[in-house]
Design a protein around this ligand. Sequence first.
Ligand code: F3S
Length: 401
Amino acid sequence: MLLTAEEKEMLEGKHGKGNQTAMKIQVAIGESFHAGRMVPISRAHVALSNQEADLWFVEKLLDAGAYCRISPTVNPGFDLEYFKKITTIKKEDEDTMGRTGKAYREIGATLTFDCTPYLGSNIPRFGEIVAFSESSATPYINSVWGARSNRESAQSALCAAITGRVPEYGFLLDGNRAGDILVEVQADLSGDHRYQLLGMAAKKIGNGVPVFLGIPRDVSPEGLMNLGAQLNTVGAYSMFHIVGVTPEAPTLEKAFYAKKPKKKVVITDHDLAELEKSLISYKGPIDFALLGCPMLTISQVGDIAKLLKGRKLKVTMYILTNSLTKELAKKMGYLNLINDSGGHLLKDTCMDQPPFWRDMQGKFGVTESPKCAYYSKRRDINYAVMDIPSCVEAAIQGEIK
Ligand code: F3S
């Protein structure tokens, strides 16, 4: 790889041992993808997991003196103070969360604890080269904002934040951003939940960059968030195009960079109905409800609050969002409505964290997120997946009717 004088200095350790380790990792990644050079980044997002391996990595770099040139936003762990009020937190979990916050603060991250930075705290401009990890974040910033990032891991994104560079390969290069698969959507897409189902059609769509035709121009940010999150739960997608909606797809021809599609797939109402059936195969009592994977926007939190107004929940309901949205929900009176119904609006919290997996093991809940249901299965926490109003109603009734 061609390195600048400064990059060579980093590799030789002249900018400190932590910076050298990060650069070594990035050069190795670059070489394995045949990158010709490194290029500067202006933003990063690190999908920290608040689990042992993640903590080991960041603490190792920190101990070696690493510091972020580009302050990355970070994924959620859990809201330690809030959980301490509502449940018992094990000492080891408290320690891990405390150490995670400390390590990322000291290495220079911006502690957003949010898995949807692309909707608020970290929005790149068109063409900007960035390093984003997190399964719903990478497709959103590539596809919707037209920024350029590979599908980074938490570790490679942290290294990029430290060196301020990424190896130039993959989705940073024009040719690799061309569409591969034409996906003609003939299904009804009214409501954001339908985009969860469309994303779940990844198996039928197959590998490559999908170009969707037939998605309405007024698709909401939440619909686009759901689409990317589920595409990347069932498969592995760094970007998609939507003709007439996303910036690199003003026309079908431009989305394919004037090449022919490698294959064509049609998604019908029948496909989505089959996928939906696989998600709700249960009627009867539930133990809890969990909404917000990815974290919910203020409009979604507002919708839930209005549905809960003047009603009481029969089972525990957790609603996950970022701290800025929780603050806004307080100002708008939504937090009071949620609290009055017995629900919990949690900030900084991912559903795949100890307070959930320790308390909910063996239980059955409802969620709006196929991603949440998929990840939780391995911990013996099971879900029926339904749209948000149906989840709220089930939590009020204490059962799926
Ligand atoms: Fe966010 Fe955790 Fe789901 S990071 S997308 S709440 S798995």
